[in-house]
Design a binder for this molecule. Structure first.
Ligand SMILES: NC(=O)c1ccc[n+]([C@@H]2O[C@H](COP(=O)([O-])OP(=O)(O)OC[C@H]3O[C@@H](n4cnc5c(N)ncnc54)[C@H](OP(=O)(O)O)[C@@H]3O)[C@@H](O)[C@H]2O)c1
Length: 284
């Protein structure tokens, strides 16, 4: 049986579906099973992972765990990992980040620091592990959905910033392969997962316009304003500003494209145009 944290999230929902297709038992964790809308074949269990008491029963009987930091944050993820060790879980697939480089640079920004600390905890746990270091999730574009719906305009500090957006289904499929692995081939592996093509912010906005059949454009705003819009209760403005500046650094410098999706799953990574078509309803 495989336990999936963040099961109603972008990656988690795809992952639950993919694991069920393979015929394995899945325990899907969510704070609200009634609203989860997960397939009935999954064992959907209520769990607020920030409540460290009572985590162990959630892991009882599991062979493998998909651990997503989004499901309650860093402390919660550490507590789930401890509970997994106690419950005798064998394998963990960690949803990590491309920001982690395995160098001292990992301590220089908020996102890298958080994921690097969790990677260390996983390595120290004694469990078999696989790290899925994704970056530049295509789902980040969902933050534009309201403004695209209202006006077709996206406000961004760096319209020329480049990235390699990755579809959540590809992240889920890489994770699924590692979770289902019986051969040991994925044990101790670090997969840097990107989409198949470099795209600027402006090109993504245009791709969404193509998918929904209306005109879209980017309006440039200051880095401060962009950081303000991005920050929230779990994401301080300073960290957001760091991220906005980091995106600015990619203007004119294309990041690397990884072939991990194809290598691990045997299928090419999905394009952003495909992602935009899959999500057209979010922007219409
Ligand atoms: N965005 C990027 O470009 C990027 C790049 C690299 C890595 N990442 C990593 O990917 C993560 C996001 O993954 P995602 O997009 O699949 O996440 P997501 O869609 O935000 O899903 C997170 C899920 O976690 C659950 N959750 C939230 N708080 C919880 C709590 N206290 N207890 C239990 N469950 C809780 C929620 O489900 P319920 O509401 O049903 O409980 C939610 O559906 C980030 O946090 C980061 O670690 C992101």
């Amino acid at each position: 049986m495989i336990v999936v944290t963040g099961a109603t999230g972008n990656i988690g929902r795809r992952l639950v579906g993919r694991l069920l297709e393979d015929g394995v038992a899945v325990r899907a964790l969510t704070r609200d099973p009634a609203r989860a809308g997960l397939p009935p074949e999954a064992e959907t269990v209520r769990a607020d992972l920030t409540d460290a008491a009572g985590l162990e029963p959630l892991l009882a009987g599991a062979d493998a765990l998909f651990l997503n930091l989004a499901a309650g944050g860093q402390e919660a993820a550490g507590a789930v990992l401890d509970a997994a060790v106690k419950a005798g879980v064998r394998r963990v697939v960690l949803n990590s980040s491309i920001a982690v480089t395995g160098t001292p640079a990992d301590e220089t920004n908020f996102i890298a620091r958080m994921h690097a600390a969790l990677e260390r905890a996983v390595r120290d746990s004694g469990l078999e592990w696989t790290f899925v270091r994704g970056g530049d999730y295509a789902t980040n574009a969902l933050a534009w959905s309201a403004s695209i719906r209202e006006s077709g305009v996206v406000r961004d500090a760096h319209p020329g910033a480049q990235g390699v957006p990755v579809h959540e289904a590809d992240l889920a499929e890489v994770a699924a392969v590692a979770l289902l692995d019986r051969s040991g081939a994925h044990q101790g592996q670090i997969y840097t997962v990107t989409g198949p093509e470099v795209l600027t912010v402006a090109q993504r906005v245009a791709a969404i316009g193509g998918a929904v059949g209306r005109e879209t454009r980017v309006e440039q705003i200051t880095e401060e304003a962009a950081a303000e819009a991005m920050s929230g209760p779990h994401f301080p403005k300073e960290a957001a500003l760091e991220l906005v500046r980091m995106f600015g650094g990619t203007v004119g410098t294309a990041p690397a494209v990884s072939d991990a999706v194809e290598r691990v799953t045997g299928r090419p990574a999905r394009t952003f145009a495909e992602w935009a078509r899959d999500h057209a309803a979010d922007f219409s």
